[in-house]
Design a protein around this ligand. Structure first.
Ligand code: URP
Ligand code: ZN
Ligand code: ZN
Ligand code: ZN
Length: 466
């Protein structure tokens, strides 16, 4: 048992001085002021600290096979790094290989993830449409604990789906009580622009953002929202990076549509200038999709988070080392797309969000944990500190400083995109399923300690736009 004593418990609703008692079954037993310490119970002093629900990262790609290589953080190293940063659950993506069925792929990902140090669930990507996909979606929701599906509107000739598949999948998901998520970029436009740039001899990483301008994201986000609106079903847009997409989401919500938007801390703090360097590797390390944008887009992302029109923060954690990025030395379209971030999401959001006066601590909890738990239907098992919930807790030091560096991070990748940033606010202690797994810089992540997060269906009433 664990007695967390004297901290300020923060939920999405309020902050109150309270102790938290965690049971041996890994759940929260009691929350309240000045609790008695049961005999034999370990005490964690939390005076001066904020006691918050562990972070949930709804968008990671551990050991993902992508663009001819495999992301270097696996389910153990990646979730362990997450614990060091206060993140106690992830939702990763099952990506069916060509010719592989959804169920076999889900089983393959379950097997890979048995080494995870924190709890994990899966969205399953739909990359084609046929009767088997229709049936397998049913099995995944009804028997496998999957309640969300992913659709790539980009990555033509690889993961991209056409609108027809997207519509059919949205319809099927809603029958089942699952939610569709989309990577919104117009894949045809990206492929066209990439070929055009290469033909002009523009082969370096600085061409990457030119091949995926903001309009390409705005159009796809609007299209996904329109299709969802035709069917009256919800849609969740991953890694929103532009004012166009943020506005499309806000406008749809004002029409009564159930649309959610996710933001990555990278997009909140970096702009397109990261590509303006003669150091090839430096620029290649920032090659991810959507790319970093002209600075004014950041205001729309912050505005969305502050106003409640954007809902979650994720990392899209997808690590590629220098030797992997170098596959694109002569052709930027071959640079594996992805950036790391799981260890630093919460600190970046605290520093630039709470410390800079944009977000309250309660907003912070909503954006790092509670909203994700609600949207993907694991609330109140996750996302809140109440009796009965999983004892996934972070003791947050709101004033401690840390300088980020690949030399000291726990992610299995040879760089950190936030290198050199000094941030205020960090996870002093992380508790996963009632056990201390990170304390004062000591990582005690246990391989295989994470459990599969089975997520049940959530039937939503159909809602056509007003
Ligand atoms: O560049 C990225 N984001 N790589 C991972 C795959 C995806 O699009 O989310
Ligand atoms: Zn994506
Ligand atoms: Zn603009
Ligand atoms: Zn992703």
């Amino acid at each position: 048992m664990l007695h967390i004593r004297g901290g300020d418990v923060v939920t999405a609703e309020r902050t109150m001085r309270a102790d938290v008692l965690c049971g041996d079954d890994g759940r929260i037993l009691q929350v309240g002021p000045d609790l008695e310490t049961p005999a034999g119970c370990e005490v964690v002093e939390a005076g001066g600290l904020l006691v918050m629900p562990g972070g949930i990262d709804p968008h990671t790609h551990m050991e993902m096979p992508f663009m001819g290589t495999i992301a270097t953080d696996d389910f153990f190293t990646g979730t362990a790094a997450g614990l060091a940063g206060g993140t106690t659950s992830i939702i990763d993506f099952v990506i069916p290989g060509s010719g592989r069925g959804l169920l076999d792929s889900w089983k393959e990902w379950r097997e890979k993830a048995t080494k995870a140090a924190s709890d994990y669930g899966f969205h399953v990507a739909i990359t084609e449409w046929n009767d088997q996909v229709h049936r397998d979606m049913g099995t995944l929701v009804e028997e496998c604990g999957v309640n969300s599906f992913k659709h790539f509107m980009a990555y033509k000739n690889a993961l991209m789906v056409e609108d027809d598949t997207l519509l059919r999948s949205m319809k099927r998901a809603s029958e089942l009580g699952a939610i569709c998520t989309v990577h919104a970029e117009n894949g045809d436009a990206v492929a066209y622009l990439q070929q055009d740039l290469l033909a002009q001899g523009r082969t370096g990483p600085e061409a990457h953002p030119v091949s995926r301008p903001p309009e390409v994201e705005g159009e796809a986000a609007q299209r996904a929202i329109t299709l969802a609106g035709l069917l009256g079903v919800p849609v969740y847009i991953v890694h929103v990076s532009t004012e166009q997409a943020a506005k499309a989401i806000a406008d749809a919500r004002m029409r009564g549509q159930e649309v959610y938007g996710e933001v990555l801390p990278q997009h909140l703090v970096f702009d397109e200038s990261v590509y303006e360097t003669s150091d090839w590797l430096k620029a290649a390390r920032y090659v991810m999709s959507p790319p970093f944008r002209p600075r004014h887009h950041q205001s729309s992302l912050w505005g969305g988070l502050m106003s409640g029109q954007l809902h979650t923060t994720a990392t899209d954690h997808c690590c590629f080392c220098a030797n992997q990025k170098e596959a694109g030395l002569k052709d930027f379209t071959r640079i594996p797309n992805g950036t790391p971030g799981i260890e630093d999401r919460m600190s970046v959001l605290w520093h630039y969000g709470v410390k800079k006066g944009r977000l309250s601590p309660e907003n912070f909890v909503a954006l790092t944990s509670t909203n994700t738990a609600r949207i993907f239907n694991v609330y109140p098992r996750k996302g809140v500190i109440v009796p009965g919930a999983d004892a996934d807790i972070v003791l947050w030091d709101p004033d401690a400083e840390r300088t980020i560096s690949a030399a000291t991070h726990h992610q299995n990748v040879d760089y950190n995109i936030f290198e050199g940033m000094t941030l205020t606010g960090l996870a002093q202690t992380t508790i996963s399923n009632g056990k201390i797994v990170w304390q004062d810089g000591d990582l005690r992540a246990v391989k295989g300690a994470g459990r599969y997060l089975s997520r049940s269906a959530l039937k939503r009433a159909p809602r056509k736009p007003l």
